[in-house]
Design a protein around this ligand. Structure first.
Ligand code: LMR
Length: 329
């Protein structure tokens, strides 16, 4: 764990502070990979507005959407180096650091945002979010996006057999890989910023994502079929650099912390409505054929993917499964 700077004179994120008291003048960077009409960006905007207003403009928050500052491959390293002060990655992108970040990929674990939030706000979830402290990274609050759905260019999918021989892009992680291999498909992790082109050029046949990400990145332009699965999730948490955080004096930290709370509130509120709107837009645009599974068809997938729980129990932990199941009710 990196040493705390403790009420320092200057924030690591910006242009220097004003000593022990008073709000420090500083610039904070928040980088992310998704579009602007998404729950993550709306959360970041709410945070920016709150912090800039409450600090009377002494703190500036610069938001960089669409991988315009850093992408999936380098945002974490740049947070560790304090080149960016906030990121909110899909938690499944941290499985290399800790396999417990596979929780959003556990098939059919959570039915909705509320259940996922209950897990990440709970003791086990908080423990997992704290597990990057060795890198000097603090996990603050979970921000949901929503359930993921499968798109592809080859055929309408309504049963496990339909996956046979196809290749899917995933966000990464052993559990997502296992889902596709169980279904007889291949998978590859590709950065979000490169996904549209990868789909367009046929590098992969399909991908899984939330309605919001599919619609806002116009993946429907380069995909023919979409199956509403809700089998896995995109969930984020907002992470900051420990040195930056501990270097804020009390007054400054109080404003930034309240800004994170405000952003969390808005991101959580917006997730459901933005995904619903995105689904409506996808229907209206009519670019993809939409397949809604019957409850019986969902059960077939659930049964098919059940062995994945045994396969990963040791790596992820029976205690994590138990906490997740409890949150799922
Ligand atoms: C993806 O890579 O598909 C998503 O995790 C992107 C995001 O941040 O929502």
């Amino acid at each position: 764990i990196l040493a705390a700077c403790g009420g320092g004179e200057e924030t690591s994120g910006g242009s220097g502070g004003e000593g022990e008291s008073g709000v420090q003048e500083t610039t904070i960077k928040f980088s992310h990979v998704v579009a602007e009409n998404t729950p993550k960006h709306q959360g970041a905007l709410a945070m920016k507005e709150y912090i800039e207003k409450e600090s009377d403009g002494k703190i500036t928050v610069e938001i960089y959407p669409n991988s315009s500052l850093f992408g999936d491959q380098d945002e974490y390293q740049n947070l560790v180096s304090n080149n960016v002060q906030f990121i909110a990655p899909d938690l499944s992108k941290f499985v290399g650091n800790n396999p417990q970040f596979n929780v959003p990929s556990l098939p059919f674990m959570f039915d909705n945002d509320e259940e996922a939030i209950a897990f990440w706000d709970g003791e086990k979830g908080q423990e997992i979010l704290s597990s990057l402290e060795g890198d000097g990274v603090l996990g603050l609050k979970m921000w949901p996006n929503g359930g993921k759905h499968v798109t592809n260019n080859e055929r309408p999918i309504d049963s496990p057999d339909d996956f046979d021989g196809l290749k899917f892009r995933t966000q990464g992680g052993q559990v997502l890989e296992a889902i596709y291999s169980t279904l007889g498909a291949g998978s590859e992790s590709i950065p979000f910023g490169e996904l549209y082109t990868a789909l367009d050029q046929g590098v992969v046949d399909g991908q899984e994502n939330t309605f919001s990400n599919i619609e806002s990145k116009k993946f429907d332009e380069v995909q023919k079929h979409m199956t509403v699965m809700n089998h896995t999730r995109v969930d984020y948490a907002i992470f900051t650099n420990t040195d930056f955080w501990e270097g804020l004096n009390e007054e400054t930290k109080a404003i930034v912390e309240a800004g994170v709370e405000e952003g969390t509130k808005v991101a959580r509120e917006e997730a459901i409505s933005l995904n619903e709107k995105a689904y409506e837009l996808l229907k209206e645009r009519g670019e993809v054929e939409i397949i809604e599974l019957t409850p019986e068809q969902v059960e077939v997938f659930r049964t098919e993917l059940q062995p994945i729980y045994d396969e990963f129990e040791e790596e992820i932990g029976a205690d994590v499964y138990e906490a997740a199941r409890e949150a799922a009710g």
